[in-house]
Design a protein around this ligand. Structure first.
Ligand code: COA
Ligand code: AMP
Length: 631
């Protein structure tokens, strides 16, 4: 038996011993009564009775133990031509001051704060400042439209919103203030204050009485100390797409999160304290929370906040430049970023210009890593390329090639093996385990390890309905896949209405709700269709109301603008096919799966429950008309 097997077996048979040992890497102000409290299943709690402060663990303790002058954070912004480094001491001091400023605005233990920020250090400072006070932050990705922000404001009910005057997206300057104003006008809950960080690229006109200038607030603030919180208190809420228009508020606790992330850096990524970890993502996504902010800092690493793109800022060598300039040991990003680089620089000319000798491995997640992209990246870099699978809900990887434990040979298309703590099981629709090599529904036997979601924000019942009730005793991932005879896991895609567009998780159900509000649309379906660059893109099929005398081109343009306005540009909704009717089962359920297969050019079997088989040729024709389907 290898090291991985031993560790994995122990994590499943003796989770309290396993995670109790791992918890020794964290500084607690009070030790736990119980490592795993299972008295209220399925709501498992880790380290109940313990107290700690996540910000203390991410900053202060490193300052106090010899890392004060080590670089904690490098802000690398090709879009503003800036590189700024913060030592652990500088970052701790800036966080303490901003925490003092927030305290002055009434933020305290238990208060919720929304952070809507571009990729600048102030986003990280705001998150850590909340953690320092024991407040709960909820970061909203900047690519979401005001309507989405309003939904999150109404659910999280923040006292304060922290934002910036704007962002630079490639060559475009985006103003945030109008977006914030629109969101607050739309939301029922009104935050008391907005703290605005003014950037040189655009200045925001402050709303008197509500808006506070970041620098002015900090100028008069006193540094705040770390406030101990319960291990089970919420560190953050991160909204993610579910199957409806109401996003799910994933809750992350303080204690289990700190333990799991600290463990993952050395055991999964094989990165040690003092080394440079770069997650080229955005703080608005879970990858950003876990691997730009918390995990590297909890470990005493140097993290990079990169405000740029894989291509165009200025070229397809951007990632190699950052890796070589800052001595990055591990890069974590989404496969779509590599597909973009491959498209722009298929022969990998740019990589030859840079010294990547300190670079040890590329980790990819967020969507399926197609074997083509895997081979291209692996041939180009001549370093391990590791596919690993996880979800916003879990907060860290469920399956991976855990490089710090034991490196397994890569099988392209597989994200390798379950990470210790995750007892992955493949079930059929009746909840029975299927044999190896058989496609099924991917679940994780309860309890989930520390750091995963204890529940949904103010929605215990929805938590149970979404994740537990489908297969009692298991966490249902909503992914389909299989395990091969060597124990390698293959994740084949979602079995619900969630899609991944350029690594961004979105809900087609939510898009349908928006499309249905168009005055001429009688009925619609939105499906996720394969895209060579972005993995998937949404495509709509609409039936128009009788008498709606509109061209398909007009409808398409209006729906694209509507989705952009209501959900955001990241939805990348462009194509709509106008059809006379939608294929349905006899009980009236729209056959989205069949339409998706048609659009992807896959063969499909006629569903036995279809109401009228004659519709499918019409659908094939309409889908062809917008450039999808069998070529
Ligand atoms: N704020 C505002 N707008 C944003 C945004 C943000 N943070 N991020 C993206 N957008 C906008 C883009 O500007 C674009 O707008 P446009 O339609 O007006 O041009 C739109 O949303 C779509 O963006 P995207 O899908 O990212 O396409 P792109 O062509 O700009 O870039 C990639 C393509 C592949 C380079 C880019 O998607 C990428 O780097 N992906 C990696 C994603 C990632 O890191 N995911 C995190 C999981 S690890
Ligand atoms: P998110 O919550 O945004 O991280 O998205 C989670 C979903 O992305 C998962 O449920 C999967 O469908 C998909 N996903 C993430 N990583 C992978 C991967 N390595 N392979 C296949 N799918 C993935």
């Amino acid at each position: 038996m290898g090291k991985y097997n031993d560790l994995f077996q122990r994590s499943i048979k003796d989770p309290e011993g396993f995670w109790g040992d791992a918890a020794e890497t964290i500084t607690w102000s009070r030790k736990w009564n119980k490592v795993l409290d299972d008295s209220n299943k399925p709501f498992y709690r880790w380290f109940s009775g313990a107290e700690l402060n996540t910000c203390h663990n991410a900053l202060d303790r490193h300052v106090d133990s010899g890392r004060a002058d080590q670089t904690a954070l490098i802000y690398d912004s090709p879009v503003t031509n800036t590189i700024r480094k913060y030592t652990y001491r500088e970052l701790r001091d800036e966080v303490a001051l901003f925490a003092g400023a927030l305290r002055g605005l009434g933020v305290e233990k238990g208060t919720t704060v929304i952070i809507y920020m571009p990729m600048i250090p102030q986003a990280v400072i705001a998150m850590l400042a909340c953690a320092r006070l024991g407040a709960t932050h909820s970061v909203v990705f900047g690519g979401f439209a005001p309507h989405e922000l309003a939904i999150r404001i109404d659910d999280a009910k923040p006292k304060v919103i922290v934002t910036a005057s704007g962002a630079k997206e490639g060559a475009k300057v985006l103003e945030y203030k109008p977006l914030i104003d629109r969101a607050i006008a739309e939301s029922h809950h009104k935050p008391e204050k907005c703290v605005i960080f003014q950037r040189d690229l655009v200045k925001a006109a402050l709303t008197p009485g509500r808006d506070v200038d970041w620098n002015e607030a900090v100028a008069t603030a006193k540094p705040a100390e770390c406030v101990p919180v319960k291990a089970t208190d919420p560190l953050y809420i991160l909204y993610t797409s579910g199957t409806t228009g109401k996003p799910k508020g994933i809750v992350r606790d303080n204690g289990g999160h700190a333990v799991a992330l600290r463990w993952s850096v050395e055991n999964i990524y094989n990165v040690k304290p003092g080394e440079v970890f770069w997650a080229a993502s955005d703080v608005g996504w879970v990858v950003g929370h876990s691997y730009i902010v918390y995990a590297p800092l909890l470990t005493g690493c140097t993290t990079i906040v990169y405000e740029g793109k894989p291509i165009g800022t200025p070229d397809a060598g951007a990632f190699w430049r950052v890796i070589s300039q800052h001595n990055v040991k591990v890069l974590f990003t989404a496969p779509t970023a590599f597909r973009a680089i491959k498209k722009e620089d298929p022969n990998g000319e740019f990589v030859k210009k840079y010294d990547l000798s300190k670079f040890s491995a590329l980790f990819l997640a967020g969507e399926r890593l197609d074997p083509d992209t895997y081979h291209w990246a692996s041939n180009l870099l001549k370093k391990p390329v590791i596919d690993h699978w996880w979800q916003t809900e879990t907060g860290w990887p469920i399956t991976a090639n855990s490089m710090g434990i034991e490196q397994f040979p890569v099988k392209p298309g597989s994200s390798t093996k379950p990470v210790p703590g995750f007892d992955v099981r493949i079930l059929d629709t009746n909840g029975k385990e299927v044999p190896a090599e058989t496609e099924g529904l991917v679940t994780v036997k309860l309890p989930l390890p520390p750091g995963t979601l204890p529940t949904l924000w103010n929605a215990d019942q929805r938590f149970q309905e979404s994740y537990i009730n489908p297969f009692p005793g298991y966490y249902f991932t909503a992914d389909g896949g299989h395990v091969d005879k060597d124990g390698y896991v293959y994740i084949m895609g979602r079995v619900d209405d969630v899609i991944n567009v350029a690594g961004h998780r979105l809900s087609t159900g939510e898009m349908e709700e928006v499309v249905a509000t168009h005055k001429d649309v009688a009925e619609c379906a939105v499906i996720g269709v394969h895209d060579g660059l972005k993995g998937q893109v949404p495509v709509g099929l609409c039936v128009l109301k009788s008498g709606a005398n509109r061209s398909a081109a007009e409808i398409q343009k209006e729906l694209s603008l509507l989705i952009r306005d209501q959900i955001g540009p990241i939805a990348c909704y462009k194509e709509t096919a106008v059809v006379k009717r939608l294929p349905k089962t006899r009980s009236g359920k729209i056959l989205r799966g069949t339409m998706r297969k048609i659009a992807d050019g896959e063969s499909y079997t006629m569903p036995s429950t279809i109401d009228d088989p004659a519709i499918l040729p019409e659908i094939e024709e309409a889908i062809k008309g917008i450039g999808y389907g069998k070529k």
